[in-house]
Design a protein around this ligand. Sequence first.
Ligand SMILES: Cc1cc2nc3c(=O)[nH]c(=O)nc-3n(C[C@H](O)[C@H](O)[C@H](O)COP(=O)(O)OP(=O)(O)OC[C@H]3O[C@@H](n4cnc5c(N)ncnc54)[C@H](O)[C@@H]3O)c2cc1C
Length: 178
Amino acid sequence: MIVGPGNVLTDPADTLPYGTDWRGNSAAAPAVVARPGSTAEAAALLREAAAQGMRVIPAGGRTGLAGGIVPIAGNAPVLTISMERMNRIRMVDPIDMSIAVESGCTVEAVQNAAAEADRLFPLSFGAQGSAMIGGALSTNAGGIRALRYGTARDLVLGLEVVLPDGRVLDDMRRVRWG
Ligand SMILES: Cc1cc2nc3c(=O)[nH]c(=O)nc-3n(C[C@H](O)[C@H](O)[C@H](O)COP(=O)(O)OP(=O)(O)OC[C@H]3O[C@@H](n4cnc5c(N)ncnc54)[C@H](O)[C@@H]3O)c2cc1C
């Protein structure tokens, strides 16, 4: 098993919350919820889902208000990949003012890691204690400092991305191009 037995949910009573957004939108329970602990595990999950013809929905803090994590009833079975275990701060560099974090870090955890290095991570909004960086980037979240510092995408220097077929695109950078 790719992620270990404790990190796979299949009982609809357990999976339904992962297909329900903050406003209570839900249509169908994900068939499977898996919680990878590493990029390699996430990539293996996507390879397996592609091989089995499953739809895949990444889930962050599930604070989105637009139904992005909600499976569509009647479509192919959904594998929801919850990023909650990928919550490590990989690096903080106060000199070049960069921070590398896994996508399951909450926005607030990233703020705190920056603050410990006497730096400001400016993304800030009401759901920051639950919303995760992956979800914030996916939705290009704004918040109370967006006018001064931009929205989530303006804060990104580089990304590591698991593609739908399971390949990993490593585009992690610490400098801004263009
Ligand atoms: C009280 C409250 C206040 C809010 N205030 C604001 C605000 O001021 N500004 C604002 O912009 N939004 C706000 N929101 C909305 C919400 O918090 C943001 O959209 C947030 O960015 C969602 O993050 P999440 O981790 O909860 O994502 P989720 O709800 O889990 O997912 C949202 C979307 O992102 C996708 N996704 C999640 N993780 C990944 C990943 N790792 N890779 C690829 N796709 C991924 C999901 O599939 C889904 O489509 C607020 C919500 C609440 C409840």
